[in-house]
Design a protein around this ligand. Structure first.
Ligand SMILES: [Zn+2]
Length: 457
């Protein structure tokens, strides 16, 4: 094994604090709006009691004495961002530099970055801590949706990854907690157990062989798990690795592919078969790009602002011999993996397969909030229009989490998860990094820089 450096105190550099909601609500006065689907001109938006109460013509609403009035020249008001693929139990650090769980710090980092809702792609202690904080009303964390404890085949993904990257003695516990099924019957029993205990809205299944050569869940076991999840009222979300895995998961009835296929290119006939189903997919364009970017010192502005320098620096200081074992060997393929994944993502978009947005945040090199901002940029770099990327990351992601459509748009009755942006992100996606304010459930968050405790804009 390579030397594994573990420390427990990488404090974040930024945070958020909740401000009391004003009695008379908050009025965004004459602010241009991206409503989750369309760029509208200036509007008055009144938020009260955690929801959007009114959206009216600019200048038409008059505030009462106890209304907080927000005016912002050259700004855009938009729905909070949503990340549909996060792992609250891991911190995004290098495989040789993991540290103790800090899920509540992660929760604040998401909010700092304007990410107001997340889908946890694997349940565990981190998710539970965030759920508890959410239920108690603080400290502020994003709305968290669960896909259960997940299901894999014995020894299959993510077991080799846990074994390689989780520090001793936690790795034995982490592997022991991972539910597995080797037969269709075992899969049905486990799915029913989860439905009868935590009953998450989504159910995650691993259908992959990662690293190459490790055990792969048989197709009929995946099909049984998907069918049973649907029968139990949970929507199946599937991590599929190869193009054939993706086709089989989609045809089995998966609601969402957690990645574009990344281990083999999609053939035209496979794309047709996926497009003929109701499945949506997450590109996760940057899930495997960290060995190139972070190990070479390419750090985004948002990563620099929100990730502890020690965590970032560790990518540039791999221990000697790291490339002889486990992840060190697997990551040598990540350049090719990223090219396959990006090409497949573009093909699925062209074929009209609904694209949602998620990051795989928590895996090495993908950090809370900063990872989503980089993903949005990568999707625009892939050739998508900013408005399509923003729609996917707000209104469309929200409709996936809640088909009743109670949030993700700026419209009366919607949950007031909002971002105030300097500039117009519909014209220039980089504007979305320039956050002037974040609201969750109508509660304003102050963004602070912990180095100097100076309020950031
Ligand atoms: Zn994942």
């Amino acid at each position: 094994m390579p030397a594994l450096l573990v420390s427990c105190a990488h404090l974040p550099t930024t945070s958020v604090r909740a401000l009391p909601e004003p009695e008379g609500g908050t009025l965004f006065a004459q602010v241009p709006i991206f409503d989750g689907e369309r760029a509208l001109g200036p509007r008055d938006v009144l938020v009260r009691g955690g929801t959007i109460a009114q959206v009216s013509a600019a200048g038409s609403l008059s505030p009462s004495d106890d209304t907080r009035v927000i005016r912002c020249d050259g700004c855009t008001l938009m729905p909070g961002l949503i990340d549909l693929h996060i792992h609250p139990d891991v911190d995004g650090g290098a495989p040789w530099h993991r540290h103790m769980l800090q899920p509540l710090d992660q929760g604040r980092a998401y909010l700092y970055a304007g990410v107001t809702s997340v889908l946890s792609a694997k349940g565990g202690p981190g998710q539970r801590l965030m759920e508890k904080a959410q239920a108690k009303g603080g400290p502020p964390v994003p709305h968290i949706y669960s896909s259960g404890p997940s299901l894999t085949a014995p020894g299959s993904h993510p077991v080799p990854l846990l074994w390689d990257t989780v520090p001793w003695p936690l790795r034995r516990i982490a592997v022991g907690l991972q539910p597995t099924a080797s037969t269709a019957d075992e899969a049905r029993v486990e799915v029913r157990r989860v439905a009868n205990t935590e009953a998450p809205p989504f159910y995650k299944i691993y259908f992959d062989s990662f690293p190459a050569g490790s055990p792969h869940m048989p197709t009929w076991v995946m099909q049984a798990a998907v069918a049973e999840a649907i029968a139990q009222g949970m929507r199946p979300v599937v991590h599929a690795g190869s193009s054939q895995d993706a086709v089989e998961a989609a045809e089995a009835g998966a609601a969402l592919l957690m990645h574009a296929p990344f281990t083999s290119p999609l053939e035209p006939r496979q794309i047709e078969r996926i497009a003929a189903t109701d499945v949506a997919f997450l590109p996760t364009l940057r899930a495997f790009s960290w060995p190139v970017e972070l190990m070479q010192g390419q750090v985004t502005a948002f990563e620099r602002a929100t990730v502890s320098p020690a965590l970032l620096d560790a990518f540039r200081e791999p221990p000697s011999g790291y490339d002889q074992h486990g992840m060190g060997i697997w990551m040598q393929d990540f350049g090719a993996t990223t090219r396959t994944l990006q090409a497949n993502a573009a093909l699925l978009v062209q074929a009209g397969v609904p694209m949602l947005v998620g990051t795989d945040c928590g895996v090495s090199g993908v950090f809370p909030g900063a990872g989503l901002h980089a993903e949005l940029q990568a999707l625009v770099d892939m050739g998508l229009e900013p408005i399509d990327v923003l729609t996917a990351a707000t209104a469309r992601n929200a409709m996936f989490l809640d088909p009743l459509g109670t949030f993700g748009r700026i419209a009366p009755g919607q949950r007031a998860d909002l971002l105030l942006i300097q500039g117009d992100p519909v014209q220039d996606i980089t504007a979305v990094d320039d956050i002037m304010g974040v609201w969750i459930d109508g509660v304003e968050l102050t963004r602070v820089d912990l180095a100097g405790e100076e309020p950031r804009p």
